[in-house]
Design a protein around this ligand. Structure first.
Ligand SMILES: [Zn+2]
Length: 88
């Protein structure tokens, strides 16, 4: 279960569609993994991942704006539902 949903927030938030697992999530509802710096890696790496635990893809690389995706696939709803697979 994701941290929050549209119903819980009471406002309409932008959604992101994951091109790897084909599910949607509220934009920013991602998992952030922050590595600390060390001698070999002076600039700490920060990974922003798809919030679905069985996915692990980068939101920067695979996260698409739901509006753009939905415009190309008008059969899909204006507001997506979490845990539903929307095939490209
Ligand atoms: Zn995903």
């Amino acid at each position: 279960m994701l941290p929050f949903t549209r119903r819980q927030t009471g406002i309409e938030l932008p959604w992101t569609w994951c091109a790897r697992c084909h599910r949607a999530y509220i934009t920013g509802n991602a998992r952030v993994v922050q590595f600390s710096s060390d001698a070999l890696h002076p600039h700490p790496v920060r990974m922003v991942l798809c919030p679905y635990y069985d996915c692990n893809s980068s939101t920067r690389r695979h996260g698409w704006d739901w509006r753009s995706f939905q415009r190309q696939h008008p059969q899909y709803p204006y507001f997506p539902t979490t845990d539903v697979i929307y095939q490209d």
